[in-house]
Design a protein around this ligand. Structure first.
Ligand code: ADP
Length: 311
C-alpha cells in the first residue's frame, strides 16, 4: 500500500491530487452496526486511472461516496489538494451506479440540469455542453426522452452530466453493469479518452472492463484493501499457479470439485480447463500466464461461492 505524500515521477516530485488516509466507516441502523470500510489508505496522482474492484458488498460504493463528499468518514481523512471534498464539489464529477435521469425532461434538458440548478447557464458552459453532446454522439437524441435510449446511451448522458464542471476527478460507480458487450466496449473507449487529463476512479466487479485500461487496481475485500497495484503486478501474486489442461469428463468433474476453475470448454472427447492451484492439478497440466480474472476468481473464491468442494 502507498504511504507516501510525494511521488517521484521522472525525477520530479509530484504531490498526490487525492489522499485517502486510514479511512473507516460503519453504518448504524436499527438492525445493528455494519462495518463498511476499515483503514483504507491510498493516493491518487493527477491523470491516474484507478479501478476499485471487488464483489458486491465489499464497500466500493461507500468508498466512492466518501471520496465525493456524500458521506463523512468516522475515522481518517480524505483530502483533495489539501481540502476535504464536500457534497456537490465542482472538483469532482460523480456518476451514480443507477442513473437518475428525469423522464419528463428531454436528453438536452437532462444534460444541462446541473447548470440550471446552480444558475450557471453561461455561454462558455453551454458551449462546453455542445462539445460533449457532439463527442458522445448525443446530438440526434437531443429531444428524445430517457426511456427511448439504450443503457449505453443513458450511461453517456450520465458521463456528460458528471463532466459538466470539467472536474479534476471523475468518479464512476459500476458504470458498465447492465450494458451489453458492445456498449461496454464503447464505454471503455470513452473512459480511456477521458483519463488523459483527469483522475478516473471507477468501481466494478467486471474485471475484463478495466484489466487493460486501469493504471492501478485496488482489490477490496470485506471493507479493506486486500491487494493494490498495476494489473501485471497484482497478477504476479498467482504467478505459477494458473494451469491449463485437457481431461476426460469424469476427471473434469473431480477437478472442478477440488479446484478454482476459471474457464471450461468442451472439446472433442473431453473438457479443457483453466485452473488456479498452488500444485499442478494434473501430470500434463501446462502453466499459463495469470490474467486478472484468474486472480479475481481465486482471491474472492469464498465470497463468490467458488470455493472448491471439500468432502
Ligand atoms: P459495494 O458497493 O461493494 O456493493 P457497499 O459500499 O454498497 O458495497 O456496502 C458495503 C457494506 O455496507 C455492505 O455490507 C452493505 O450491506 C452495507 N451498507 C451499504 N449501504 C448501507 C446503508 N445505507 N445502511 C446500512 N448498511 C449499508
Amino acid at each position: 500500500m502507498q504511504n507516501f505524500t510525494h511521488v517521484s515521477c521522472g525525477g520530479i516530485f509530484m504531490k498526490p491530487l487525492l489522499e485517502i488516509r486510514d479511512v473507516s466507516l460503519s453504518y448504524h441502523t436499527v438492525s445493528g452496526e455494519t462495518k463498511a470500510l476499515s483503514n483504507i489508505s491510498f493516493n491518487l496522482m493527477p491523470s491516474e486511472f484507478l479501478a476499485v474492484v471487488g464483489p458486491s458488498g465489499c464497500g466500493k460504493s461507500t468508498l466512492l461516496n466518501l471520496i465525493c463528499g456524500m458521506l463523512l468518514a468516522e475515522e481518517g481523512t480524505i483530502l483533495m489538494n489539501g481540502i476535504p471534498p464536500s457534497p456537490g464539489d465542482p472538483r469532482i464529477g460523480y456518476m451514480l451506479q443507477k442513473d437518475h435521469l428525469l423522464e419528463w425532461r428531454t436528453i438536452y434538458q437532462n444534460v444541462i440540469l446541473g447548470l440550471e440548478i446552480r444558475n450557471e447557464k453561461t455561454p462558455e458552459k453551454l458551449a462546453y455542453i455542445e462539445e460533449m453532446i457532439d463527442t458522445y454522439g448525443l446530438d440526434k437524441f437531443r429531444t428524445a426522452r430517457p426511456s427511448q435510449l439504450s443503457g449505453g446511451m443513458r450511461q453517456r448522458i450520465g458521463i456528460a452530466q458528471a463532466l459538466i464542471n470539467d472536474p479534476k476527478i471523475l468518479v464512476l460507480d459500476e458504470p458498465t453493469s447492465g450494458l451489453d458487450p458492445a456498449e461496454r466496449a464503447k464505454f471503455r473507449n470513452i473512459i480511456g479518452g477521458l483519463s488523459k487529463n483527469r483522475i478516473i476512479l471507477l468501481s466494478t466487479h467486471i474485471v475484463s472492463d478495466i484489466e487493460y485500461i486501469a493504471d492501478r487496481i485496488v482489490l477490496m475485500k470485506n471493507g479493506e484493501v486486500s491487494l493494490e497495484g498495476a494489473a501485471e503486478s497484482i497478477c504476479g501474486s498467482i504467478s505459477g499457479m494458473v494451469w491449463e489442461c485437457a481431461v476426460a469428463q469424469a476427471e473434469a468433474d473431480e477437478l472442478i470439485a477440488e479446484h478454482v476453475v476459471t474457464n471450461l470448454h468442451n472439446t472433442h472427447g473431453g473438457v479443457a480447463l483453466r485452473i488456479v492451484s498452488e500444485a499442478r492439478p494434473t501430470a500434463d497440466a501446462v502453466c499459463a500466464e495469470p490474467k486478472l480474472e484468474d486472480l479475481y476468481l481465486y482471491h474472492f473464491r469464498r465470497e463468490l461461492g467458488n470455493e472448491p468442494y471439500k468432502a
